[in-house]
Design a protein around this ligand. Structure first.
Ligand code: AGP
Length: 610
């Protein structure tokens, strides 16, 4: 997820671009750049790191001109660096892009064969070369851009500057957001509304497939068939901070609701419709062309990432028959672990900077293990310390409590499970296809779960004064129960614990008293009856039982005080769906309590100390 902006009008473009990028930094902040047409040609300025680095760089000589584009990056291809920062520029064509081009490797190869020289490792630079190549044929920029777009597969929001057309911005959108802003003798385009608010509240959202030509006094939009489109204007009433949160009260809530899109981005380019072929970057090099060369897997992580690892253990062992251990990184470091060169170590970290996980990873490497990172930040310390990285394309996670990164981690780990099962010939082609079909339904199923938000808010309201919460589950849901408890603890400061439901009778049931909320995760499974009896045990002692299960399960309606019914899916994917109601439950309780949801006390987004 990146932030892009374009401006054309009578102001100094550089001022508008920098100010707009500041309001889009929540979308990505590992490098930034602007390009301005200054009357003599294109002036491009880029810098690695936060936007302040770019500001310092141009402080003495701000590019002058009234039309320009800008970009603040969240790297998906090519580590954060000035060379990989946008805008990318080839001859008279300059581009900023938000999205992922799925077929960029193929296109890059073809363009290099045509004699194109690439200066960056990004997928975005493809657009510059494609447009430039098309220009040689069409001699007309709009047609050249349209032809180039037909060749790419994936998601894009792009703004193009063409030095020979100094009074127009060319804008196209497919799968990534773009909003147009209307001023007096000036117009704007940006990834999101916050960048526009200081100048205008009259906006129009581009739809997928639309192409716009923006000048300072006009706007021409066509749809994917080239037919003219009249854009309906919307008046934005939000203030700037609300706008950064997309109208949500907190970043955490926004990120919870981003999860369907995040799963789409995480699977994009990795599975193809009707094919059992998985494309997981770095895996062929790490695993070899075929087979699975490791004796065991050892997963290292902390906090929520450790819960993702616990879910992965079930998948790796039950679906791919790979012996798997899961370790708290802070414990692993001092445990003299039994790993060696035949061990695949998987280090999971949203930030890629967690000190304990980094130290545990170093120990794993000293013991000759190969390391695969599952990480959300390109170029972070963990990715540079690992043999390979599978990225979670969750975009920047601003809320300290991890939500969308957790769901994205599980999605990546599930794809990895299928890859291992396929390589070990454990799973038939039919079974693989079925599981992939279910993965493709995940975004829609997550949307359905999110529609339960108001019902979950009502349940949270009933529990807001409880001082103890229990989360119980069995099997694949057990790590999700732990995650639900962690979410509640860390943002509402209330005591909560997750238990394997079978353990209740070994002590924890002593905690159950009248009115104690017990959240029970009960998807249809071989342990369904067992956990139902656990529910009756706690009910008999006065608990307020909140059951999370499959929509329409009448037994849950009978036995529980409140039921959250979720869409039907294969059991193996239930952890991804069942995590979301628990995120919302924790969020609403914290919000009712008025705690600092996005930056809870005593916590940090990335624990870079031991
Ligand atoms: C999760 O909500 C917490 N913020 C925390 O447990 C976090 O998951 C943990 O610190 C690990 O962070 P990482 O994924 O960036 O390594």
């Amino acid at each position: 997820m990146c932030g892009i902006i374009g401006y054309i009008g009578n102001r100094e473009a550089t001022d508008v671009l920098i100010d707009g990028l500041k309001r889009l930094e929540y979308r990505g902040y590992d490098s930034a750049g602007i390009a301005v047409l200054n009357g003599h040609g294109i002036e491009v300025e880029r810098a690695e790191g936060k936007l302040s680095h770019l500001e310092a760089k141009i402080h003495k000589h701000k590019p002058k001109g009234h039309i320009g584009i800008g970009h603040t990056r969240w790297a998906t291809h090519g580590v954060p660096s000035e060379r990989n920062a946008h805008p990318h520029h080839v001859e008279d064509v300059v581009v900023v892009h938000n999205g992922i081009i799925e077929n960029y490797s193929q296109l890059r190869k073809e363009l290099i064969q045509k004699g194109c020289h690439f200066k960056s490792e990004t997928d975005t630079e493809i657009f510059c070369h494609l447009i430039n190549e098309e220009l040689k044929k069409t001699k007309e920029i709009q047609k050249a851009i349209a032809n180039a777009l037909k060749k790419v597969r994936g998601a894009y929001a792009i703004v193009v500057l063409y030095a020979k057309e100094p009074h127009k911005l060319y804008v196209a959108k497919l799968g990534s957001p773009l909003v147009l802003g209307f001023g007096k003798k000036e117009n704007f385009v940006a990834s999101d509304v916050p960048a526009l608010l200081p100048y205008t509240r009259e906006v129009a959202y581009l739809e997928d497939g639309e192409f716009a030509v923006v000048s300072d006094g006009s706007l021409n939009v066509v749809d994917s068939h080239g037919h003219p489109v009249t854009k309906k204007k919307t008046h934005i009433a939000w203030d700037a901070l609300m706008a950064e949160k997309g109208g949500y009260k907190h970043f955490m809530l926004k990120e919870i609701f981003e999860q369907p899109r995040v799963v789409e981005q995480t699977i994009m380019g990795r599975i193809q419709l009707g094919s059992t072929q998985l494309t997981l970057e770095g895996i062929p090099k790490l695993f070899g062309a075929t087979g699975f060369p490791f004796k065991q897997v050892a997963i290292l992580a902390c906090g929520t990432s450790w819960h993702a690892g616990m879910v992965a253990k079930y998948w790796f062992e039950q679906l791919a028959r790979v012996p798997t251990t899961v370790h708290l990184a802070s414990e692993f470091r001092y445990a003299n672990p039994l790993i060696d060169s035949k061990t695949l170590v998987i280090s999971i970290s949203q930030s890629g900077e967690t000190a304990d996980t980094l130290a545990a990873t170093q120990l794993a490497k000293q013991k000759k293990a190969k390391v695969l990172a599952i990480c959300n930040v390109l170029g972070s310390s963990l990715t540079r310390a690992s043999n390979a990285t599978l990225y979670t394309h969750a975009g920047p996670e601003i809320g300290v409590a991890s939500t969308k990164a957790f769901v994205s981690q599980m999605t990546v780990l599930y794809l990895l499970t299928l890859e291992m099962a396929s390589r070990k010939k454990i799973m038939s082609k039919e079974e693989l296809l079925t599981k992939m079909e279910e993965i493709r339904k995940l975004p829609q199923n997550l949307e359905t779960v999110l529609q339960k938000a108001d019902a979950i808010k009502k349940i949270a309201k009933e529990c807001v004064n409880a001082s103890h919460f229990l989360f119980i589950a069995r099997g694949l849901q057990y790590p999700v129960a732990l995650e639900g408890a962690l979410k509640l603890k860390e943002i509402s400061y209330v005591h909560a614990e997750g238990f394997a439901a079978g353990e209740l009778k070994h002590g924890p049931i002593a905690l159950v008293d009248k009115g104690v909320p017990v959240v029970a995760l009960i998807p249809p499974s071989e342990t369904y009856e067992k956990i139902l009896s656990n529910v009756e045990e706690v009910k008999a002692r006065g608990a307020f039982v909140i059951a999370v299960g499959e929509k329409g399960d009448e037994e849950l309606e009978e036995k529980a005080d409140a039921v959250i019914g979720l869409p039907k899916t294969v059991y193996s994917l239930t952890p991804i769906l069942y995590a979301v109601p628990l995120q919302l439950f924790a969020y609403y309780i914290a919000d009712f309590k008025g705690t600092d949801v996005d930056q809870p006390r005593n916590l940090a987004k990335s624990v870079t100390v031991e």
